[in-house]
Ligand binder design. Sequence first.
Ligand code: CA
Length: 227
Amino acid sequence: MHRILIIEDEQDIADLIGFNLQRAGYEVLKAHDGIEGTETALRERPDLIVLDLMLPGRDGFAVFRELRRDPRTVGIPVIMLTARAQTEDRIQGLEAGADDYLTKPFSPKELMLRVSAILKRADSPPGNVDFSHGPFRFDKNSQKFYLDNQPAELTSTEFKLLLFLCERAGKQQDRNDLLRTVWGYSDAAHSRTLDTHMKRLRQKLGSHGAWIETVRGIGYRTAKSAP
Ligand code: CA
């Protein structure tokens, strides 16, 4: 059973999310401020965290940065929540490396879809351990990533995105296919999400970011051989 930590100070929302998650078969942990949230995450190491950004004690971005710095929690997928609809928050959250983002008010159904998509891709397919392409090496089981044979840190979304492109190297991948496969989105309304993740992924890959080519009007493609 997957365990999900909800870090949210608004009791009504925490209860609503918790109720829906439990009904869907997840085990739920709750924390009501940023400090308690950080401590609970480090201690319990849940499978996924739903993190509100506006929290007393320590705001959501600070909690997120701390969890990403700690090896015990670095790989845990995070869905950020905010009451503020501003695009800049969304972009800041995604650039910080959040796996997904929801603006309040959201439907519990939408959150359940996102949770299920993220956990599905975090569950490694058994038996299929390694894949490599150019300077990139993937350990699918443990979701470890190596760049030039050095361990490098990718979020689970970045891992999935790069692996998907590398497994199809040389072939252009349509934006909607990427959004559907990597994020589980069924429409193109989240185009900006893809570009934001791609920008960050390229930054992390440094000079090897050039392996990922933008195909204008279509999507992205990983080069078949060194660019
Ligand atoms: Ca709040």
